[in-house]
Design a binder for this molecule. Structure first.
Ligand SMILES: Cc1cc2nc3c(=O)[nH]c(=O)nc-3n(C[C@H](O)[C@H](O)[C@H](O)COP(=O)(O)OP(=O)(O)OC[C@H]3O[C@@H](n4cnc5c(N)ncnc54)[C@H](O)[C@@H]3O)c2cc1C
Length: 410
């Protein structure tokens, strides 16, 4: 896409570039480059958030009165594109991009004054307690009980697949406060301090050996009613509002375009099936071109979403479209990246990095199978990790159901 940048936009871009140059240390850039999914190394991501917060840029999409930036659509785009190209580690989405929007829309002034500044500074780090062992796609069938007891709700049950539960000090949960009426009624949206007695976390170790997701158990956990977001029994309204921000509202297009470029450069050096560069292989080139075109489509949709959000609107069903397009495109590109990385990229190298986990020092082992290039080492990890993209945040089948109903009226 070609832009006719205004002088003010060029000045802003230069300001962002100068800021990134001055503040992105080699360690932070490496953490960004080695991010294998939405989650980079946790410490690096938080360090970057603190730097952005100091500059007032940690949550540009929030309304200005809560600490967001009064940026134009173009400025939002410039900021995310330049950050991606410079290799900045992405920030964790659960606080700034997700629950904060629900607090802004449904929180009391007291809740907003308490949580929002602390989410911005990183003092409060939220994880998401929606899914349960028997409630994933059919989220409204959740059963974690919250029993009314004076000023408190007493919670018992469990949440599963909770990303970063071991790093978080707060969790936002959907709990069952009533069984009367439809299953969507009687759900309450609750903010829970993870240090409250009765909470136990058990890590879920993936077949890859990574440990980012967890199961969280609640045994008679007392939570003050003042921690309810919105109304008791009407948490489904808040939950749906938040999900739209989980599925849309990010800027994945610049990241995916940068990945497509990286793949093109690598494929120009990697021999294809006939011995000529892989990039000259017609089938490979067509798949890469298709991915690049889709990333431009995604970019336009992201503009629309950012534009709606910066006017204080909810992105609506467009978020489901963004979620499907971004995750499937990312899967397509990680497949191409694996091919372009060549035989060495195919070797699984978990010691190179772990999504959301610590980045190990890169020491090529003596067997000689480890690539020296960071991105080649990360290619298989990104590939594996991106398989989950069409499941998390509500599976893509469910997003298609939402679009069929909300956008097509079927
Ligand atoms: C990496 C990862 C991180 C996650 N992080 C979190 C987190 O931090 N917090 C959290 O709360 N949850 C998290 N989740 C959970 C995620 O939201 C659920 O996995 C997801 O909603 C699907 O639920 P499920 O796993 O129970 O699958 P199920 O609901 O059992 O679905 C199984 C399959 O059936 C299909 N299916 C189900 N119903 C329908 C239907 N009506 N029409 C068509 N197809 C259907 C689904 O698409 C899926 O393919 C995470 C998941 C993953 C993989």
């Amino acid at each position: 896409m070609e832009f006719d940048w205004s002088a003010a936009d060029v000045a802003f871009r230069d300001e962002v570039r100068a800021f990134l140059d001055a503040n992105l240390t080699p360690e932070l850039r490496r953490a960004g480059r080695l991010a294998t999914s939405v989650y980079p190394d946790h410490e690096a991501s938080m360090a970057w958030q603190r730097i952005l917060h100091e500059r007032g840029w940690a949550a540009p999409a929030w309304p200005v009165e809560h600490g967001g930036c009064a940026w134009s659509l173009t400025q939002h785009y410039i900021f995310s594109r330049e950050s991606t190209l410079a290799g900045a580690p992405p920030l964790s989405p659960m606080g700034i991009r997700m629950v904060a929007h629900a607090i802004i829309a449904y929180g009391t002034p007291e809740q907003q004054a308490f949580y929002l500044p602390r989410i911005l500074s990183g003092e409060i780090f939220f994880c998401q307690g929606y899914s349960e062992p028997e409630a994933g796609s059919d989220l409204a069938s959740l059963t974690m009980a919250a029993v009314d007891d004076g000023d408190d709700l007493v919670c018992t049950g469990s949440k599963i697949w909770t990303t970063h539960a071991t790093e978080a000090n707060w969790i936002f949960c959907l709990v069952r406060t009533s069984r009367a009426g439809k299953k969507q009624q009687g759900i309450t949206f609750l903010l829970i301090d993870m240090t409250t007695p009765g909470i136990e976390i058990r890590p879920l170790v993936m077949t890859s050996g990574e440990q980012v997701q967890n199961q969280v158990f609640f045994d008679n956990v007392r939570v003050p009613k003042s921690n309810v977001l919105g109304q008791i029994d009407d948490g489904w309204t808040v939950a749906k509002y938040l999900l739209v921000f989980e599925r849309g509202g990010g800027a994945m297009a610049p990241y995916l375009q940068a990945m497509a470029q990286e793949v093109a450069v690598a494929a120009a050096e990697q021999p294809g099936p006939d011995g000529n560069p892989l990039l000259d292989d017609a089938a490979f080139a067509a798949r890469l071109a298709d991915a690049r075109i889709r990333s431009d489509v995604l970019e336009i949709l992201e503009y629309r979403t950012i534009s709606a959000m910066s006017r204080g609107q909810n992105p609506g069903p467009a978020a489901s479209m963004l979620k499907i397009l971004a995750t499937e495109l990312s899967q397509q590109l990680t497949e191409l990246a694996l091919e372009a990385a060549g035989p060495r990229g195919r070797v699984y190298q978990p010691h190179a990095t772990a999504p959301g986990g610590p980045i190990a020092e890169f020491v090529p082992p003596a067997d000689g199978y480890t690539s020296g290039a960071d991105w080649q080492a990360v290619a298989p990890l990104r590939y594996f990790n991106d398989r989950a993209g069409s499941i998390y945040a509500g599976s893509n089948e469910i997003q298609r159901n939402i679009l069929a109903k909300a956008a097509l009226g079927l």
